[in-house]
Design a protein around this ligand. Structure first.
Ligand code: ZN
Length: 388
């Protein structure tokens, strides 16, 4: 059985296309001048489109990424233009770019875990300045929505995810020099947090949201099934929340070792026999108060549910499979609660503060940093054309 998280350790993409762009522009200019002299034609007025080009890593076809010129996004009055400094490669990008999820319909600039500096500010934007270091929500949610007004913007109708094109919409993301987002999804990056660290806020936020909605209390026990990136941060957040014991389960022994560094008190391989009995032994022979499922396949969902005490709660974060089979009678007869956890609902600020104060260590989860123009590690196995 495979246990993995939908968010593999992310390589990073830095916006280093700028230098290349400048060089190319200069070359173009020279060529034009020569041409014009020859034919004695006055130089044409620069067209807006040509001026507003940037470099981007574009998914032009499934499994085909091209690093190329792309029209720079224009800002609406309520938006800012951000010069991207770092962007994480999410598992959903990896799964999306081969067409398997149907949520990255080409052409699309992917990337939703990013940070950068404000380059332009729309005329209706208040409180943000050019030069501000920012990160932003991966979800663009409408403010005039029933769910948003109820405090659940993560569930709002017509929300759009950056760098996603499922069919109903196409919102280009941050695998590019520039990205535009509405000002209401911005967060300021504390001075002692780097752009790379800030690009990790999104996956930490997903974990923080799951722990938040569980309402776990200090001293309560928790099981985390799946120690991928989000699972690892769930363990970290559970530790901050005072959960004890925190039991990690994964297929990969290296991940389990790392899970201990992130605060897991115990760990088990998912292939071990009698897992639920082992969890019981660690939880006063009752089973865990909470189980966090961060994979989303049949086996792991069942490990999670079967390791809970009566009246326990399973927080379901992973959803690799759209459907799984659950032990209905156990859920009914032991009054279990199943709680779905979707994305992030305002946890950004808290996560940035935790990062700033050193309570969360995202550096351990950054496996590589590469320029946008290079074939990004982690997206290998796909055809990537890289003219730069
Ligand atoms: Zn993501």
């Amino acid at each position: 059985m495979k246990i993995f998280n939908s968010h593999p350790p992310p390589p990073f993409l830095g916006g280093q296309g700028k230098k290349l762009k400048k060089k190319k522009k200069k070359k173009k200019k020279k060529k034009k001048k020569i041409k014009n002299k020859k034919f004695n034609i006055p130089p044409p007025p620069p067209t807006k489109k040509k001026l507003a080009n940037m470099k981007a890593l574009v998914l032009d076809e499934y499994k085909q990424l091209n690093y190329r010129d792309f029209e720079e996004p224009k800002i609406e009055p309520n938006e800012v233009l951000i010069r991207v400094k770092a962007c994480g490669i999410c598992g959903s990008d990896v799964h999306g770019m081969d067409g398997s999820t149907g949520r990255r319909k080409p052409p699309i600039v992917m990337g939703h875990e990013a940070s950068g500096v404000i380059e332009k500010v729309g005329n209706e934007v208040i409180g943000w300045q050019i030069g501000d270091r920012v990160t932003f929500d991966s979800t663009i949610y409408p403010l005039d929505d029933w769910y948003t007004r109820k405090g659940h913007y993560n569930l709002s109708d017509n929300r759009k995810v950056l760098g996603v094109s499922p069919g109903e919409y196409r919102k280009h993301g941050a695998f590019a020099e520039f990205v535009t987002v509405p000002a209401h999804i911005l967060y300021k990056i504390p001075d002692n947090v780097s752009f790379e660290q800030a690009a990790m806020v999104e996956p930490v936020g997903v974990a923080a949201h799951a722990v938040n909605i569980s309402k776990i209390q200090p001293g309560q026990s928790a099981l985390v099934v799946g120690a991928g990136m989000v699972g690892m941060f769930v363990i970290n957040m559970l530790n901050i929340a005072g959960a004890n014991p925190v039991i990690a389960i994964d297929l990969d022994e290296n991940k389990l070792r790392l899970a201990k560094e992130f605060g897991a008190t115990h760990s088990f391989k998912s292939t071990e026999d009698n897992l639920s009995e082992k969890v019981k032994e660690l939880t006063k022979n009752r089973g865990a108060d909470f189980g966090f499922e961060v994979v989303g396949i049949n086996e792991t969902v069942n490990i999670c549910i079967n390791s809970l005490r009566k009246g326990g709660t399973a927080v379901l974060v992973g959803n690799l499979k759209p459907e799984v089979t659950i032990p209905l009678q156990k859920i009914v007869t032991t009054e279990l609660s199943l709680l779905g956890s979707c994305a992030i609902n305002g946890e950004y600020e808290m996560v940035l503060d935790l990062l700033s104060s050193g309570k969360i260590n995202v550096d351990k989860m950054i496996s590589a940093v590469a320029p946008l123009s290079k074939e990004p590690i982690g997206l290998t196995g796909f055809t990537i054309k890289n003219p730069g």
